[in-house]
Design a protein around this ligand. Structure first.
Ligand code: WT7
Length: 661
């Protein structure tokens, strides 16, 4: 456990409580009653949540758990996710309602898209993808900036029953290629580039490289077409398989008759880092996923579709963007902001300016962003009118109490004696698909730093090594005891790894990989990962994956990576490398070169904050690297117990190196 986690564990004695404002509680979508109702009959509870959606055929069974851990939800039912997110709102007469207030990074570059317009665009895109050969069951990779076409493509794929795999635009061409290969995508949708920090950055060249890698790989897989949105107008290389979006989609018919898909039809694959070098393809299916995301979006964010303007600042390349920008909010008919750029372009108040301009009422972001704003100072948000905000959310990592209180004071209006708005600290994962542990904003008296309780219909617990539920005031592992609708169904093409990773530690329990503590009131405090997974700015990175990237560099013989506590990013990547003899001392530029190498192999987010060249790595007698000791060095702490080391003197060598820097 890192220092910051220990601090957090101590803070589980936090005394502050923030009750919902009375008016909020009175008109909240969900009240205390929901917990009792779900406790009385969990499946009836989820069945009622399913009634919020439009189905073709209704289900025979709410949950089929006859072959655990392979769940089937709403068996026998048929549904189309795209129809639920778009068509049904238009049919109900809400076609003129804005679905997306899209805000480009260049100032003044903005576009409002109504539900009726979204229906046209999604239909055109579905027709164009069909024209390009995409059929039900085919996979489509999406490598895009935050533009409306990204959402449109996802919904068009869902409409056709062609599972999408969105790859974050910051990932490298290698990462893109391996994902295309793993799920066998035959079409890639991308753009020439996007805007970031005031400049146009390119995306298409990485797709070209990835497609070449797919061509060169073993097997008969080939990317048949690359559909390209013109966003920046920069020059792009062009081949026969490339097709411009404006040629294929804008000219396609705006009429598309959707087919209903089986409730368990695959909706998408999202890759995430695990404890080995190979990312896991998390498979989400249609019916249960849409029930789980739309219900939690409505209950946790207290969405009032008629009056709210919702904004989630995540990138659509992560699961948060899938569940709480695309499927949850659109299924609920929300009006939301979609912003292309970074919070500091062209000025540090950009986010607050957008909130003021669009009257954002519900705002969902990550602790790392909140800490950055805290550092920049109170004066920046104070310049804007944020009074429209009535609910704040947090996701991605534990929110430290100072950041929670700052968020509540300076964004949530509690400073200078203001009443303040509820904050929902939402715990969930790529795998869980939906929020599982969170306050209910009209019910819960929130504590800064705690995700509080499992939502109604969710059975989460904290257990010890023997899977025994721990008592109040004690810590252990976070587990889920019953299936939930938006849970992952398997890992794409790898049922064994699915069972092994999540279900084999204890019989019948889903192991989340997080440590957690129950405080004296039984409220939950998530403490962070207990496996070889790091959390950097709310993004999940695997130590092994970065180590593999480092050893693929010709100068590196061995590498060990740890996540070190970092004030801004939560954790930061720190790498220890042993150079090959032929590389000598690596030269003055070796650290920069290795950081860039990791950037090229995986993506900029994986670049180590620091690379230390060391003569040896601390290993046990059985040859296992003792990352715990390296973490002590990386966090500038006294090095812990070295008794189990094969050679205790290596830590002296490493410390001497570090001191000489
Ligand atoms: C891991 C999942 C869920 C979308 C974003 C990340 C950590 C996430 C919280 C929270 C404490 C949190 C956990 C989890 N995490 N939210 N509110 N409090 N920790 O998705 O990349 O799948 O990462 O993020 O460690 O296991 P992800």
């Amino acid at each position: 456990m890192s220092d910051s986690n220990e601090t957090l564990a101590n803070l589980a004695h936090e005394q502050r409580r923030f009750a919902p404002p009375a008016a909020f509680a009175e008109s909240a979508n969900v009240t205390e009653e929901a917990y009792a109702r779900a406790d009385a009959d969990r499946l009836a509870f989820w069945e009622a949540a399913a009634e919020r959606l439009d189905w073709g055929q209704k289900w025979d069974q709410v949950l089929d758990w006859s072959n655990p851990p392979f769940a089937k939800w709403f068996t026998g039912a048929t549904i189309n996710a795209s129809v639920n997110c778009v068509d049904r709102h238009v049919e109900a007469g809400r076609g003129d309602k804005v679905a997306l207030h899209w805000v480009g990074e260049p100032e003044g570059d903005a576009r409002d898209i109504t539900y009726a317009q979204l229906l046209d665009e999604v239909s055109r895109a579905a027709n164009a993808l069909t024209e390009l050969g995409v059929r039900k069951g085919d996979r489509v990779a999406i490598y895009m900036p935050m533009i409306p076409e990204t959402v449109i493509t996802m919904l068009a794929c869902a409409r056709l029953g062609a599972p999408h795999t969105v790859v974050f635009g910051g990932f490298s061409s290698d990462a893109l290629a391996s994902r295309i290969i793993d799920c066998g995508a035959k079409v890639v949708v991308t753009s020439d580039g996007g805007y970031r920090r005031g400049a146009a950055s390119a995306l298409k060249p990485a797709v070209d490289e990835a497609v070449a890698k797919v061509d060169a790989a073993d097997g008969d897989l080939a990317v048949e077409h690359v559909l390209v949105v013109r966003r920046t107008g920069q020059d792009v290389a062009w081949t026969e398989r490339d097709v411009w979006w404006h040629d294929a989609v804008d000219t396609a018919s705006a009429q598309h008759t959707p087919e209903l898909h089986d409730s368990e039809h695959p909706l998408y694959v999202m890759y995430t880092s695990g404890t080995t070098g190979k990312p896991k393809g998390i498979l989400h299916t249609t019916g249960g996923y849409l029930v789980g995301t739309s219900y939690t979006h409505w209950s946790v964010f207290d969405l009032k579709p008629e009056s709210d303007v919702y904004w989630c600042t995540a990138d659509v390349g992560w699961v948060t963007g899938h569940s709480y920008m695309v499927y949850g909010p659109l299924a609920n008919g929300a009006t939301q902001v979609l912003y292309e750029g970074t919070p500091d372009a062209p000025h540090k108040g950009r986010w607050w300016e957008i909130i003021e301009k669009y009257g954002v009422t519900i705002f969902y972001t990550a602790p790392t962003a909140i800490r950055t704003f805290m550092k920049q100072g109170d004066a920046i948000p104070a310049k804007f009118d944020l009074s429209s905000i009535r609910l704040l959310g947090s996701v991605g990592e534990p929110i430290n109490p100072e950041a929670y209180v700052w968020y509540r004071d300076h964004i949530g209006g509690a400073k200078d004696g203001g009443e303040g708005v509820p904050i929902v600290d939402t715990w969930w994962q790529t795998e869980t698909g939906q929020i599982l542990i969170s306050p209910l904003p009209g019910v819960t008296h929130g504590k800064p730093g705690s995700a509080m309780r499992p939502l109604p219909g969710i059975s989460a617990d904290v257990v010890d090594d023997e899977a025994r539920s721990v008592g109040d005031g004690e810590g252990g592992y976070l587990v889920l005891k019953e299936p939930w609708p938006a849970m992952l169904r398997t890992l794409w093409g790898d049922d064994d790894r699915f069972v092994e990773t999540y279900w084999s530690r204890w019989e019948g329990l889903y192991f989340a990989g997080d440590g957690a503590k129950k405080d004296d009131d039984g409220d939950l405090w998530v403490l962070g990962r207990v496996d070889d997974v790091m959390n950097v700015s709310g993004h999940r990175l695997s130590t092994t994956e970065i180590e593999s990237a480092l050893v693929s560099h010709p100068s590196v013989a061995e590498a060990a990576v740890v996540g070190a506590a970092d004030d801004m990013t939560g954790q930061a990547v720190v790498a220890f490398v042993i150079l090959r003899e032929a590389a000598g001392d690596g030269g003055a530029e070796i650290e920069t070169e290795l950081r860039n190498h990791v950037g090229r192999e995986i993506g900029a987010i994986a670049k180590p904050r620091q690379v230390m060249v060391v003569p040896e790595l601390p290993k046990t007698r059985s040859g296992k690297i003792m990352r715990r000791l390296l973490k002590d060095v990386a966090e500038g702490r006294e090095v812990g117990d070295t008794q189990t080391l094969a050679d205790a003197s290596v830590m002296d060598l490493i410390k001497a190196r570090e001191a000489a820097r």
